[in-house]
Design a protein around this ligand. Structure first.
Ligand code: IPD
Ligand code: CA
Ligand code: CA
Ligand code: CA
Length: 257
C-alpha cells in the first residue's frame, strides 16, 4: 500500500519542529548530559536521546509496520517496504559546545530509494525539504545548487571522521590535496547541514568520508532534487560522498580519494 507523501512530509516537518524545541530547551545550558560513545571524540547528549525517542514514537504511531533506522536506537524491523532513516541530532559536537549548527534529519525510503527528506536547523530556523521528482525547498522556496564549474571560485565543505584512533585516514590528505586549488573550506559540523548548503548554493560542493546512512539520507535527496549530484567515491569505509553540480564533482573527484 502506498502512502500519501504530502501527508508524510507534513508529519515529518511537524516532528522536526517539535524535536527542535527539545534541542533548544537544553542548548547552551548546564543540563546537557554529555556522554561518550565509541571513543572520546564521539559524544551523545540528553537531547540526542530524547529527540530520537520522540521521532521513533511518532513514526511508530503514524506508520506502524514501517522500518526505522536511527543513530541512537539502531534498526527497528518493519513489515513494509518503507524505512525511515533518522538522525535526531546531527552535529552533536557543535551542540555540546554551544555552537549553533545542528540539525534534525529525517529521510524516508521506499524499496531502499529515498523518496522524502527533511532537514531542520532549529537554532538557525532553516527548514530544507524534498520529495523525489518534486524539487527541493528552503523555508518553502525552491532551491538550486550553485553553478560554479571551477575549483578556484569554489567554497567547499567537508568533515573529519571520529574513528581516527582506529583509522588514521582522517581526511587530512584530501584536505591538503584540494586546499591549494579552492577559494575556501568550511567544516560546518553537521553532514546533513553541509548537504543542504550545497542544495541551496551556499556551499559550492562538499565531500566527506565514512558517513552513516542517517547522516546523509535526507540531505542527499535534497541535493539531488536541487539539481546536484551525490557521487560515492570509495566503498571500503562507511559512505564516502562528493556533492555539488556535476562539473564541480568531476573536478573535486580528481583531488579527493
Ligand atoms: C556527525 C556530523 C559531522 C560528521 C560526522 C558525523 P553526529 O554526526 O554529521 O558533521 O563529520 O562524520 O558523525 O554524530 O553529530 O550525528
Ligand atoms: Ca553521533
Ligand atoms: Ca550524524
Ligand atoms: Ca546524531
Amino acid at each position: 500500500m502506498s502512502i500519501d507523501l504530502n501527508q508524510a512530509l507534513e508529519y515529518a516537518v511537524a516532528w522536526a519542529k517539535e524535536v527542535g524545541k527539545i534541542q533548544l530547551s537544553y542548548f547552551r545550558g548546564n543540563d546537557l548530559g554529555i556522554q561518550t560513545k565509541s571513543n572520546v571524540y564521539d559524544v551523545v547528549t540528553r537531547a540526542d536521546k530524547e529527540s530520537e525517542a520522540f521521532l521513533l514514537d511518532k513514526i511508530q504511531k503514524h506508520y506502524p509496520g514501517h522500518a526505522v533506522l536511527g543513530e541512537e536506537s539502531g534498526a527497528h524491523a518493519g513489515t513494509a517496504e518503507y524505512r525511515w532513516v533518522i538522525d535526531p541530532l546531527d552535529g552533536t559536537n557543535n551542540y555540546s559546545q554551544g555552537l549553533p549548527v545542528f540539525t534534525v534529519s529525517i529521510g524516508l525510503q521506499y524499496r531502499e530509494e529515498t523518496i522524502l527528506g527533511v532537514v531542520y536547523a532549529p537554532y538557525l530556523g532553516e527548514l530544507y525539504t524534498a520529495i523525489r521528482d518534486r524539487g527541493a525547498r528552503y523555508n518553502g522556496k525552491v532551491i538550486r545548487v550553485a553553478e560554479k564549474q571551477d575549483l578556484a571560485h569554489s567554497v567547499l565543505g567537508t568533515g573529519f571522521p571520529y574513528d581516527k584512533d582506529v583509522n588514521p585516514d582522517n581526511n587530512a590528505a584530501n584536505l591538503a590535496a584540494i586546499l591549494p586549488s579552492i577559494r575556501g573550506i568550511r567544516r560546518m559540523g553537521s553532514a546533513a547541514y553541509d548537504l543542504c548548503c550545497v542544495a541551496a548554493g551556499w556551499l559550492d560542493g562538499y565531500w566527506e568520508l565514512a558517513l552513516q546512512p542517517w547522516d546523509m539520507c535526507a540531505g542527499a535527496l535534497i541535493v539531488q532534487e536541487a539539481g546536484g549530484i551525490v557521487r560515492r567515491f570509495r566503498e571500503n569505509r562507511g559512505i564516502s560522498i562528493l556533492a555539488g553540480n556535476a562539473a564541480l564533482v568531476e573536478k573535486m573527484g580528481e583531488k579527493i580519494q
